[in-house]
Design a protein around this ligand. Sequence first.
Ligand SMILES: [Zn+2]
Length: 126
Amino acid sequence: MADYITIEWEDHDFEKTNLVTDSGGYDWYKCKKCGLVAWRHGLGPIKTWMSSNPTPCQKRVESGEIKKVKIIDHYPDSEFGLKYGEVYETCKCPESESHKYGNAVWVFSPKRNEPVRLLSREYTFV
Ligand SMILES: [Zn+2]
């Protein structure tokens, strides 16, 4: 259990998978929406392997926290590496921009390796 990370309980829809707490004091969970397996020691934080690298869970998409957008302009393609016609999940607005663009659509740019803001003509919700 070397490379693990702490995740947010609320980000997933966890269901306990072991009937009895195991001998080491661990409880095991699986997300009903995305299948992510995680564990918890007592009432400690819930953890998963780093290699599981939880992508945004369907739970967060359904709650509206994360939306899916389709790129319909060539600018984000050339500037941000967001392929024309492809669908991406929105991400959180960076803290430094939230006072100005907190309600804008932000997508993680693979080219810049940071969230970028899309203009309304550059995407449609899907
Ligand atoms: Zn999940």
